[in-house]
Design a protein around this ligand. Structure first.
Ligand code: IPE
Ligand code: IPE
Ligand code: MG
Length: 242
C-alpha cells in the first residue's frame, strides 16, 4: 500500500529549489555555535537530496551561500569553508553516484583557492551524467547572475529573446524550478533565482533547516501536487478543475 500521495502518482515537480535557512537560529536555541547548525544543515541537505531523487525529482537547486552572506563574520565563513573542505567531495560523490550531474552556481572565484579546487574536481567527476542535476548555489546572487548573462550577450553583440537569455544563466538548459521551498520562517527570496522563479510555486516552512525532515519535503511536494498551474490561462482553458 502506498505510504503517501506521492507514490500514488500525484504531480511531481521536475525541479525543486531549496532556500536552506535557519541553521544559526536552530543552533542558538540549543545553546550551540552557529557552525554546529551549519554542519547539521549540510547533513540534512544531503539527506533531502537523496530523498528527492528517490521520489523522482530530476533537478535540485540548493542555496548554500549568497553573495550577501560573504559579509558575515570571518569565523562563520571559515567554518563553512571547512565544511566544504572536510565533507563536500564525499557527500556529493554519494548523491551523484545515482547518475546526477553536479554544478556549482555563483561567483566561486570569491572562494579560497583550495575550496575552488574541491568544487571543480567534484563537478568534473559528474560531467558524464545527463538528465538529473544538482545545482549548489555558492557565492550566488540572482541579480549578479542576470547582469553576468546580460554582459555576455552585450560582448557577443546579441539581441536577446527570453529563451536565449535563460540559456546564458547558470541554470541554462535546465527546466525552471517548479517548486521553491524556503525553511526558517522568512517569506522572501533573498536574491535567489529571480528570473527562473517566474512561475514557481512558493512553499514556506516555519521549521529551521536542520529540522526539515524527509516527511516535510514530501508534504511540500504533496502541496505542490494540489496547485493549479494556470500560467495565465483560465481553469476552463486548462480543461481541468471545471
Ligand atoms: C542559512 O542559515 C545558511 C546560510 C545562510 C549559510 P542561516 O545561517 O542564515 O541561519 P539563520 O537564518 O541565522 O538562523
Ligand atoms: C538566504 O538566507 C541565503 C541562504 C539560505 C544561503 P539568509 O539568512 O542569508 O537570508 P536573509 O539575509 O535573512 O534574507
Ligand atoms: Mg538566515
Amino acid at each position: 500500500m502506498p505510504r503517501h500521495k506521492i507514490t500514488e502518482g500525484a504531480k511531481l515537480p521536475k525541479h525543486v529549489a531549496l532556500i536552506m535557512d535557519g541553521n544559526g537560529r536552530w543552533a542558538k536555541k540549543r545553546l550551540m555555535p552557529r557552525s554546529f547548525g551549519h554542519k547539521k544543515g549540510m547533513e540534512r541537505m544531503i539527506g533531502l537530496m537523496e530523498h528527492a531523487f528517490d521520489l523522482g525529482v530530476d533537478y535540485i537547486t540548493v542555496y548554500a551561500l549568497s553573495t550577501e552572506n560573504l559579509k558575515r563574520p570571518k569565523e562563520e565563513l571559515g567554518g563553512l569553508f571547512d565544511l566544504i573542505r572536510n565533507h563536500f567531495a564525499e557527500y556529493m560523490e554519494r548523491v551523484c553516484a545515482r547518475g546526477v550531474r553536479l554544478r556549482v552556481i555563483g561567483d566561486t572565484s570569491l572562494l579560497p583557492d583550495d575550496v575552488q579546487e574541491i568544487l571543480t574536481t567534484s563537478q568534473a567527476k559528474t560531467e558524464k551524467y545527463v538528465g538529473k542535476g544538482i545545482n549548489v548555489a555558492l557565492c550566488y546572487g540572482s541579480r549578479a547572475e542576470i547582469v553576468r548573462a546580460a554582459n555576455i550577450a552585450v560582448e557577443r553583440g546579441e539581441k536577446l529573446t527570453e529563451e536565449s537569455f535563460s540559456a546564458l544563466l547558470y541554470t541554462g538548459g535546465q527546466p525552471d524550478p517548479d517548486l521553491i521551498i524556503r525553511t526558517g520562517k522568512e517569506v522572501r527570496l533573498s536574491n535567489f533565482l529571480l528570473w527562473q522563479a517566474a512561475y514557481a510555486e512558493l512553499y514556506f516552512s516555519d521549521k529551521m533547516f536542520p529540522e526539515f525532515s524527509d516527511r516535510d519535503l514530501e508534504k511540500a511536494i504533496e502541496w505542490y501536487g494540489e496547485r493549479v498551474r494556470r500560467f495565465g490561462k483560465t481553469d476552463e482553458q486548462l480543461g481541468e478543475r471545471l
